[in-house]
Design a protein around this ligand. Structure first.
Ligand code: MN
Length: 724
């Protein structure tokens, strides 16, 4: 498609903003003349490119007059004999400076070699920090080049795509412009891995009609339930970007059918309280998937992204993600920093004074202080290389770790003996838990003991993120703790067997042991105990065997929602319940009374769903014991030693105020309790009612968090409820 000046002007006029159309036309005429006779590889006149770039800037970001002029003129200085002085005289200093900035970025050779990468990004950032509009023009320029890359020779396609993937998409991401980032990634992937791209595209195409119908149905179900909200919410349904699916299939090695967030539905509302209300309604319509709820409203991502995310299961058993956010959050999510121009009328020029661009100001300040180019380059590399964190020992040595690494990784990165003898750690002089996620710049001091018998804790292997730390912890256990390993491995395996509804089969376990080059079942337990054999692999083998036997016994059974949940839920609850006279049975907890360890309990044998545990004083138990099914109730008690987690719902009444929900969620997160669900609504008397479902290890922990919640400003009452 060829963009013309007429289309551009028409688009500008359709916006509700004031533009200097004469100035834009003059910029066009100068550029048109300067590029006269030049054609692009596609055969289109060259001027169609700057016009298209200007069009993108208007269409996507509603950028201001000077930016549009600079976009029209962006290749003039580079490609023709018209100088900056001419532009300055005719269009003013701002336009000249923008064109100069874009030209300078284009001259930066984007070699993809690692050591050059930081230097190049540094140059880009310096250009950007003077005036962000430079980088937004450059992103639009690159986006149009990517859209028209088909006409270029193959080696050029590859080089340009690689640059886009490595430099421009990350910069768009860092600025929060996800709209451009996603399009750039998808376009680059098309050239970088055409087969992979086609593969995903075809798989998506395969069931397009069903998929569209699926999304439409969900949208209408949600619409029906929230039709009373005014003004009406915007509900969008879509399939996620090809590159995000590609990463899951090709990088994480998932099967296409295993990716359950291909679909996403968005609900866009006016206020934060509406967001939490709608979350409650969504969880009422669809079954939420455990552990898939994320509250980025209370805790925004580093690039300012805010939203509630939850994954739920549709009627057909197909899971999909729902994102709930306000209009403002939505604008920031799509356009990031550029939302500034799009949604604020009359804003001109530099935005470094704005509070929400703090990180850019920090960069600028670093730039002024750091005369040393090396130091600056390092600072910027850290800021733009999202894969590593750089932390320091008290002596000032730098330890490089992957993002997400914690104290345990740090200790083992210093020395194996430091890790094995660690008793605790301080960050910036204060004690922190061992799973403290390290952030670039932190100074970490590891406290150790000289005691000979001391060693790592068994759960450290799960907490550690680096393979190095995990391997060292495993090695220690393998060497030091045979008996413990056997016992621990056996417990773990038995728990998995029960959780998956499998049966213990010594003969089969021996076969599996032999396949792992282990002599006995006890050796297998030991290997599981110290982590030398992956428990999940063993369980998969057992499951395969189980399925084989089941298939022999019966024909296909329909899939049900319960099954889907247990299949997808990574962290299904361990039961921790001992039943009278029954072994190897799936146990789950009644939602009417949600029992917790410490409560008196009783079990009910369901048809096909294992044993359901109720509190003895539950209303349903009283009714049930009277009914014709009274024989199906069995004695149950808590297994004292097992550490498992349980869900409890807390009901909070509070005076309504801003940030109330944020304070509640922050408090719970600060106490390291996973939030499973949170709902909020306004009561008729003006107070707010929040119900939050958390995971706790027992009654004590629950009492503790309730006591803390009662102290939150404005909270009138906080108590545990029996109901979900
Ligand atoms: Mn260009």
């Amino acid at each position: 498609m060829i963009y013309t000046i007429e289309m551009l002007i028409e688009k500008i006029k359709s916006l509700d903003k004031s533009y200097d159309i004469e100035k834009i036309k003059a910029a066009y005429e100068l550029a048109d003349k300067a590029h006269e006779g030049v054609v692009r590889t596609s055969g289109d006149p060259y001027i169609s490119h700057p016009v298209a770039v200007a069009y993108i800037l208007v269409e996507k970001f509603s950028m201001d007059t000077d930016t549009i002029c600079a976009a029209l003129l962006h290749d003039v200085v580079e490609d023709t004999d018209i100088g900056l002085d001419v532009l300055q005289k005719k269009f003013g200093e701002d336009v000249a400076r923008l064109v100069d900035g874009v030209t300078k970025i284009s001259r930066v050779p984007l070699n993809t070699r690692e050591e050059q990468q930081a230097e190049n990004i540094r140059k880009i950032l310096i250009a950007m920090s003077k005036d962000l509009r430079v980088i937004i023009i450059k992103l639009a320029d690159r986006l149009h080049n990517m859209r028209t890359l088909d006409c270029r020779p193959p080696e050029k396609q590859c080089k340009t795509s690689l640059e886009t993937m490595n430099f421009y998409a990350p910069i768009a991401h860092r600025l929060g412009i996800s709209d451009v980032k996603e399009e750039m990634e998808d376009l680059s992937l098309r050239y970088l891995d055409p087969f992979g791209f086609k593969d995903i595209e075809q798989q998506l195409e395969l069931h397009k009609d069903e998929r569209d119908a699926f999304i439409e149905k969900i949208k209408s179900m949600i619409t029906d339930r929230i039709s009373d909200i005014q003004p009406p919410p915007i509900i969008e349904g879509r399939v996620k970007s090809i590159y995000s699916i590609y990463k899951k299939v090709y990088v994480k090695g998932k099967n296409f059918s295993e990716i359950y967030d291909i679909y996403a539905v968005r609900v866009i509302l006016q206020s934060v309280i509406e967001c939490y209300n709608v979350l409650g309604i969504i969880h009422d319509i669809f079954r939420p998937m455990p552990y898939r709820f994320k509250d980025y409203i209370a805790m925004p991502k580093p690039n300012r992204y805010q939203s509630l995310h939850t994954t739920v299961i549709g009627r057909e058993g197909i899971p999909f993600e729902v994102q709930i956010r306000t209009v403002e959050m939505h604008n920031t999510a799509q356009y990031g920093i550029a939302a500034h121009w799009k949604y604020k009328a009359g804003v001109q020029g530099n935005v470094a004074g704005e509070k929400r661009f703090d990180w850019i100001r920090q960069l600028l300040e670093q730039q002024q202080e750091a005369d040393d180019v090396e130091q600056l380059s390092e600072a910027i590399k850290i800021d733009l290389a999202p894969d590593d964190v750089y932390v320091f020992t008290p002596k000032g040595d730098v330890i490089t770790l992957p993002v997400g690494a914690n104290i345990i990784d740090f200790a083992y990165a210093i020395h194996t003996q430091v890790g094995n003898h660690m008793t605790g750690a301080k960050v910036g002089g204060r004690m922190v838990p061992l799973d403290h996620k390290l952030v670039t710049g932190e100074i970490v001091e590891i406290l150790t003991t000289n005691s000979e018998n001391y060693g790592p804790n068994r759960n450290w292997g799960d907490i550690a993120r680096t393979n190095e730390a995990k391997a060292k912890i495993r090695a220690w256990f393998k060497r030091e703790r045979r008996e413990e390993n056997v016992e621990c491995g056996m417990l773990l395996l038995e728990k998995e067997i029960r959780r998956n509804g499998l049966t213990h089969d010594d003969e089969l376990l021996l076969q599996i042991a032999h396949r792992q080059r282990l002599n006995t079942v006890e050796d297998l337990y030991a290997a599981i105990g110290y982590g030398g054999v992956q428990l999940s692999k063993i369980v998969t083998r057992l499951k395969e065997e189980h399925i084989k036997q089941q298939k022999l016994m019966q024909a296909n059974q329909p899939v049900d929602v319960e099954e889907t949940i247990s299949r997808f839920s990574k962290k299904a609850q361990g039961s921790g319940v001992i039943l009278d006279g029954i072994d190897d049975c799936v146990v789950n907890f009644a939602q009417c009374c949600t029992p917790l360890p410490g409560d008196e309990i009783i079990g009910f044998i369901t048809r096909g769903y294992g044993v359901k545990i109720h509190k003895c004083d539950c209303r349903n138990v009283a009714i049930g014991l009277e009914s014709e099914n009274k024989d199906r109730w069995i004695k149950a008690q808590w297994a004292g030693s097992m550490s498992s987690f349980f869900r409890a719902t807390i009901d909070i009444i509070a005076e309504d105020r801003t940030a109330l929900i944020a304070d509640v969620t922050t408090l719970i997160s600060a106490n390291r309790l996973p939030i499973y669900e949170i709902n909020a609504h306004k009561l008729k008397n003006g107070n707010a009612n929040i119900t939050v479902t958390v995971e706790v290890s027992g009654v004590e922990q629950l009492k503790n968090i309730i006591a803390r919640l009662q102290k939150v400003a404005g909270v009138i009452s906080a108590e545990r409820t029996g109901k979900f």
